[in-house]
Design a binder for this molecule. Structure first.
Ligand code: CP
Length: 335
């Protein structure tokens, strides 16, 4: 992705993880690390709060969210950005028959950026194109679009992996085991796409037959010459994992309760499985979790999912500074 894009007449949208290249990922990780240094002092935090105090953001989240909503809201607060929100289309004029397109165009009249979570795949792209042709184009951030994409989650996942392997050669050459409902899990899809930017990766997809990864992801990995395997035997592959990325069954996309017919218990990571894993491996989960990730694992030093949440807020701070072109003002103060 061209970081100079913000200088074009079109705003910089964040729509898909496929728009990020290795240089961009390295840059966002470095920028996030640098921004976190400002969190160490009141002066640093006040500096960040002044960077975008003249901007306003709309958080349009019509699909449930805890982490993504709160981390974007907190990231905006850190940068001084005022936020408005809609969390249920039933409370907006969509209830009166207004189209989603008209609703989003209306938000663009009041704010400088729109962060969207929606159940509708492709909607963010459609709105970005629509606004690009309007009198007031504003950046659109896809904060999760149905079973399709979750590009900012994949950025925080990469940041978490990068930090975890910082003293061990980085992400290149690592084995990542992804577990669960791979067919409908947007975090899996977006992260798989980002991993094509790294060298000598081995990805092992572990899922029930019904929830295997989609053909589009297989094609993308094949094209990028990323080595991947598919299995339903979690315990057999755990010893190879540098990172295990657990996910829950995405039954909100069931049509007729079909998830109830799938035995998901073989895809649960239990405390007793930890002994099969490398001492330096990491365990991740985008959360929320259910039974697939044993709470007894929380105390293990390999558990990184709570850190993922915190990392997500700081990655989103970095992203917002970059979208609005104030990332150049993130220079470490004299200590
Ligand atoms: N990881 C994630 O997207 O969580 P929320 O659904 O709570 O935002």
């Amino acid at each position: 992705m061209d970081r100079g894009n913000r200088n074009s007449d079109k705003p910089m949208h964040i729509l898909s993880s496929s728009q990020f290249d290795r240089a961009y990922l390295d840059y966002i990780c470095l920028l996030t690390d640098t921004i976190r240094r400002f969190d160490k002092s009141k002066e640093g935090l006040l500096y960040l709060k002044g960077l975008l105090a003249h901007k306003r953001a709309m958080l349009y989240f019509t699909q449930p969210s805890t982490r993504t909503f709160l981390s974007f809201q907190s990231a905006a607060q850190i940068l001084g950005i005022a936020t408005s929100e809609i969390r249920d289309s039933a409370t907006s004029s969509e209830r009166k028959g207004e189209s989603i397109e008209d609703s989003l165009q209306t938000f663009s009249s009041y704010v400088d950026i729109i962060v969207m979570r929606t159940a509708i795949p492709g909607l963010c792209n459609r709105i970005a194109s629509l606004l690009d042709e309007s009198e007031r184009p504003v950046p659109i951030i896809n904060a999760g679009s149905g079973p399709d994409e979750h590009p900012t989650q994949s950025l925080l996942d990469i940041y978490t992996l990068n930090r975890s392997f910082i003293r061990d050669g980085g992400i290149d050459g690592k084995t990542i085991v992804m577990v669960g409902d791979l067919k409908r899990g947007r975090t899996i899809r977006s992260l798989s796409s980002l991993l094509t930017n790294y060298k000598d990766m081995r990805i092992i997809f572990v899922s029930p037959e019904e929830y295997r990864i989609g053909d589009d992801i297989r094609q993308k990995l094949t094209q990028a010459k990323v080595h991947f395997e598919e299995t339903d035997k979690l315990l057999e592959v755990l010893p190879f994992a540098d990172a295990v990325y657990m996910t829950r069954v995405q039954d909100e996309y069931d049509v007729e309760g079909e998830s109830r017919k799938v035995d998901y218990s073989r895809f649960h990571l239990k405390h007793e499985h930890l002994k099969l894993m490398k001492e330096k491996s990491v365990i991740m989960h985008p959360l929320p979790r259910r039974a697939e990730l044993d709470v007894a694992i929380d105390q293990d030093p390999r558990a990184k999912y709570w850190r993922q949440e915190r990392n997500g807020m700081w990655v989103r701070v970095a992203l917002l500074t970059q979208i609005f072109g104030v990332d150049s003002k993130i220079v470490l103060p004299e200590l």
